[in-house]
Design a protein around this ligand. Structure first.
Ligand SMILES: [Zn+2]
Length: 1064
């Protein structure tokens, strides 16, 4: 998963109730300490600002943006969870969401310990051993690993300034009670705060008189420390009196999200103590972090729910604790809630009871069973008015929870049919039982990420869990892969957890890898095209951006993170996609059997505990050492560390006339020209390869250069080789001029001799190598000659997204290249178009996921190249839609493309029809496609009127700036937008402000390539823009001109090649 974390920036200064003092401390001490801490806070924040560095430096890269026309150049489906939805700008947990007067009063009266029964505070007696089915090598709560290999923290007298918790006290068990005040009759007022009380049983590891815990935006009403708890034979006696350790000081250090307990005496090593807190917190209204609310409609009523999202560091906003992944403990969770709601958590319900508040209102108290030892970030809480469907899998209940309407309509049924079997599949594969007694999967109307793997209570954005009737055909695939990803986390992440966030790829890389590995058992087409799916959804996404100067490695050093936001920033495509790719390569060269047998012992050894990268390498090495079939040129660690610790990847170049292969780090053209960059990195490169269609034994390239005689072509007329078969290796192959020609003619002769995933990768590699000046553009374009024989839409998708790049077709005047392009590609695209257009007409694509995910780009390309049948089909579907509004539902796959093409070919009648649809659906948030399609008109008058609407009509209030941009980014719209601005710039500026005017100016100026154009744009915009925007605009103009000049060289080469090869 991925989540925007809380950062020190959002914390503000120490809150009004920021200091909790024990009764013994006099007031003037508080004042002195407060002043001191404010000073510390100011210095600390200064330090943070000075040292903060983004873990992913912004790079010039070939990443393309979604707004590109004429082609959608980004992958269609944001499968990995880190693809966040639009996140509203937020004022996280601001003071104006204070408890309202109507909230039930709740006062914890600090009952004396002797009056507590064992059920209230089970932690005070010896914790019950957890039932771990057949797993155990170690005691469940063995924290010895914490001190053994953790980095030595610098000794400091002020540990609260250190971003890692000291290890002198570790948690064993939490007794947590949350009181969720939400009431169905007052959802808005009661969804703002919650109450908490907590007892944490801790073990003292080394003597200390100070305990630090994470805490974020919590207000404390009381705290105390009990202990040491009885030990030895006395421990079983519940009547044994327990002492109390006086708390001298209890104060917050918000900059590092800590509370600090200063004790009157030193805690004794190896003894257990109980920390108790009574507090309240805020329910996040703007972001889905910590405890958050969702307001939604169900069964015709407005409803609300409250739930949690904690990874990586938001658990501390719900309860004070040891909020680091290695600080595992068991949890007894209790949720107090209104009788109208159901409460869910990681474990099954143990029992319920009733409680009355001071106002006489009745509440339900739901107690959950004790969890196994687990990290704080995968605890989960939900209070909602939901229904579920259920099934039993190997004796355990599986439930899919969703809005009542969705359940009644059967929308959760697909998820239910796969969820249980996915668990069983992974249990069998790893030979490790899923250790919890139940599994709940719940979909929320709004979550800021796709899903989160909380143990036993997996949360989803409901788009990833339920499918409505007539849903997009790829919805099932998204649900299937999201469910398999999250279920894989129940082992990789939840059972075995990364020791610290620097190795978070161990969680996410494995979950990514097992998405398709597991999904293939539930869909025969995924099984057949597993390599293609993996390449499309994971490998090319990161590969297209990654290079040796990226400064981003999969596994980072155990750094002392200075800000929580740095941890959130780690959840990017390098841990998900690249992590998954590296694991796939590893599994491939080890052989799957060996790989899985290494994973089995890894999971068993570190179950309920934590691991780091080296632990994984060790277990794979052990599996390797136990057999003789697979041999590696070096240890697993030696090989793999290079892939996880070095940025980028190698490009290996094969000289087919000699069999010599060499490797060098892949660099962007700009970096290659900088002689100051010396980059001698090498990798151990596993080369799976094929000669004349026959798979050859794996070879290893260990040095920078090596000769493989078997790769030399003895008969250059007929022989051919293909390296990196099935795109399993995370590297690029350059075949040299001779080799690329060879592959091109091989493709023309028999395209299917080369596997589909390899055809996709060949295009990507060749064009990336051409773009960065490794090879000439002609070598790459030669691959397109065979395309009339290409029947797989997904290969076409790769070609189109690679070739029809924004910088050539949107950012430049493209008249010349367009007509050449049209002539060359139409005759190649037409055969494939006819295969799929027939299926679109018959709505017969439902089960062809591979085509489904590619067809939009193919459709868009065909209509953009004015393929008559595409234009005709769009007119047909559009006019049918105008007479029967429901009919578009049969064409959801290409609806956006039909809308755009229909409007482009139509007149005011078609535009007004679509506008009418937009108005009707404006409130349901699903009109992005319509808004963009309205700008596809070719009539300047209509586009001008559209911009007038955007400026004046309230309907467009939030969309208006996007409308301007979308009009200005079309070829005709660019000039219309310019005219519109001449007439209306004052009104545009007043309504949207100078920054939006700048965005519009940049869209209009994007094709600039001459000095006179620059001067004209200066004259045009200078009096419109504010000083600050004017400076930015001038810089933009200069950069754009340079870039377009550079691109025009490529376009000229492209045009030249097309002319020369037109007849082929
Ligand atoms: Zn994940």
């Amino acid at each position: 998963m991925g989540v925007t974390g809380y950062s020190a920036d959002t914390m503000g200064v120490i809150s009004r109730s920021g200091f909790y003092l024990s009764r013994k401390v006099v007031v003037f001490t508080l004042v002195l300490l407060g002043a001191l801490l404010l000073g510390v806070a100011a210095l600390s924040s200064l330090y943070v600002r000075c040292t903060q560095a983004s873990p992913v430096p912004s790079e010039k890269s070939n990443t393309l943006t979604r707004a590109s026309l004429p082609f959608n150049l980004v992958p269609n489906k944001p499968l990995a969870e880190e693809k966040k939805k639009e996140v509203e700008t937020s004022t996280t947990l601001t003071p104006d969401t204070q408890p309202s007067a109507t909230l039930p009063s709740w006062f914890w009266d600090h009952p004396s310990l002797s009056t507590l029964g064992p059920q209230d505070h089970p932690s005070l007696s010896t914790p019950e051993p957890w039932d771990h089915p057949g797993l155990f090598a170690s005691e469940p709560l063995d924290h010895s690993h914490l001190s053994a290999s953790e980095p030595q923290l610098p000794l400091t007298s002020e540990p609260w300034k250190h971003p890692r918790l000291p290890s002198d006290v570790v948690p064993l068990h939490y007794d947590l009670e949350l009181w969720i005040y939400l009431r169905p009759d007052q959802i808005q007022q009661t969804a703002k705060t919650f109450g908490g009380r907590l007892s944490i049983t801790v073990q003292c590891v080394s003597p200390t008189a100070r305990v630090l815990l994470h805490s974020l935006s919590l207000d404390y009403e009381g705290s105390r420390v009990l202990g040491p708890l009885p030990e030895g034979p006395e421990a079983d006696s519940e009547q044994q009196p327990v002492g109390q350790v006086e708390v001298n000081n209890f104060w917050k250090f918000p900059e590092m999200e800590y509370v600090v307990m200063e004790l009157n005496e030193t805690l004794k090593p190896d003894r257990h103590y109980v920390l108790q807190f009574d507090y309240s917190g805020l329910v996040n209204q703007n972001r889905r972090e910590g405890l958050f609310s969702n307001f939604y409609s169900d069964q015709g009523k407005k409803k609300a729910l409250i739930a949690s999202q904690l990874e990586p560091t938001a658990a501390r906003a719900i309860f004070p604790g040891f909020d680091e992944p290695a600080m595992k403990a068991t949890f007894n969770i209790t949720i107090v809630h209104h009788p109208a709601y159901v409460a869910l958590s990681n474990m099954p319900v143990l029992g319920t009871s009733e409680r009355e508040d001071a106002n006489g209102n009745k509440w339900i108290v739901t107690n959950f069973e004790t969890t196994p030892p687990m990290s704080t970030y995968i605890t989960a809480f939900a209070v909602c008015d939901y229904d579920y469907v259920n099934a039993t899998e190997r004796g355990k209940e599986v439930r899919i929870w969703a809005r009542k309407d969705a359940i009644a309509n059967g929308e959760a049924n697909f998820a239910l049919t796969i969820a249980g079997p996915v668990f069983s599949k992974l249990e069998d594969l790893f030979n490790v039982s899923y250790p919890l007694p139940k599994m709940d999967l719940i979909g929320f109307p709004i979550l800021d990420l796709q899903a989160m793997e909380n143990w036993g209570l997996i949360t989803f954005d409901d788009l990833m869990l339920v499918e409505a009737k007539n849903d997009h055909p790829e919805r099932k695939l998204m649900i299937l892969t999201t469910v398999t990803h999250e279920v894989a986390h129940q082992w990789f992440g939840n059972l075995v957890t990364t020791k610290w966030w620097n190795d978070i790829w161990l969680n996410e890389g494995f979950a990514t890898y097992f998405e398709y590995h597991t999904a293939k058992h539930f869909n025969p087409r995924i099984s057949k095209f597993q390599n293609e799916f993996f390449y499309h959804y994971h490998m090319r996404i990161v590969f297209n951006e990654d290079h040796a100067m990226m400064y981003r490695t999969i596994s980072s050093e155990v750094r002392n993170y200075t800000k929580t936001s740095e941890i959130s920033g780690l959840f990017d495509k390098y841990i998900y996609q690249k992590g998954g790719c590296i694991i796939r390569m590893l599994s491939n060269f080890l052989s799957e059997n060996l790989f899985i047998s290494g994973l089995k012992t890894y999971l068993k050894t570190f179950a309920f505990s934590n691991a780091e990268q080296d632990d994984l390498w060790n277990h794979l090495q052990m599996a390797l050492d136990n057999q003789t079939e697979v041999l590696l040129p070096a240890s697993v660690k030696t090989i793999m560390d290079k892939w996880t610790h070095q940025a980028g990847y190698p490009v290996i170049t094969l000289d087919m006339s000699t069999g010599r292969v060499n490797q060098e780090p892949f660099l962007l053209a700009y970096d290659k020209t900088q002689t100051s960059f010396i980059h001698n990195n090498t990798w151990n490169v596993p080369i799976v390869w094929m000669k004349n269609g026959i798979v050859q034994p794996l070879v290893w390239l260990d040095n920078s250069s090596q000769v493989f005689p078997e790769m030399q072509l003895s008969d250059p007329e007929h022989d051919w080789v293909l390296l990196n078969l099935n795109a399993t290796g995370y590297y690029m192959v350059n075949y040299g001029q001779l080799g690329w020609k060879k592959i091109s003619s091989m493709l023309q002769k028999d395209p299917k001799a080369i596997p589909t995933a390899d055809r996709m990768k060949l295009f990507d590699d060749a064009f990336a190598l051409a773009q960065q000046n490794y090879i000439d553009i002609g070598s790459a374009l030669g691959l397109t000659k065979y395309l009339a024989k290409e029947e797989e839409a997904i290969v076409w998708n790769t070609v189109l997204t690679t070739l029809l790049q924004r910088q050539y077709f949107v950012n430049m005047n493209n008249h010349n290249i367009y007509s050449l392009f049209k002539k060359y590609f139409l005759k190649r695209l037409t055969p494939m178009w006819h295969i799929y257009s027939a299926k679109i007409r018959e709505n017969a694509l439902q089960d062809d996921e591979l085509a489904i995910l590619s067809l939009r780009n193919v459709y868009k390309a065909a209509c953009w190249l004015e393929l008559e049948d595409c234009l005709q089909l769009s007119r047909e579907i559009f006019s049918k839609w105008m007479s029967d509004v429901e009919s578009i539902k049969n064409f959801t796959l290409v609806a956006n493309e039909v809308m755009c093409s229909g409007v482009a070919q139509g007149s005011e009648k078609e535009w007004d029809f679509l506008m009418n649809i937009y108005e009707k659906t404006a409130l349901d948030g699903e009109n992005n496609g319509i808004m963009e399609s309205l700008s596809c008109s070719k009539h300047p008058r209509i586009l001008y009127r559209y911009m007038e609407y955007a400026l004046n009509d309230k309907l467009f209030s939030s969309e208006a700036p996007n409308i301007f941009k979308s009009v200005a980014e079309t070829e005709i719209g660019r000039l219309v937008a310019k005219d519109f601005l001449i007439d209306n710039w004052q009104a545009v500026k007043e309504r949207f402000g100078s920054p939006h005017l700048l965005i519009l100016a940049e869209s209009i100026a994007r094709t600039t390539s001459t000095d006179s154009q620059v001067q004209e744009l200066h004259r045009f915009f200078d009096n419109m823009l504010e000083e600050k925007e004017r400076i930015k605009f001038n810089e933009y103009l200069q950069d754009k001109m340079d870039e377009n000049l550079q691109n025009s060289k490529t376009v000229a080469q492209l045009a030249e090649w097309l002319k020369e090869n037109m007849a082929d």
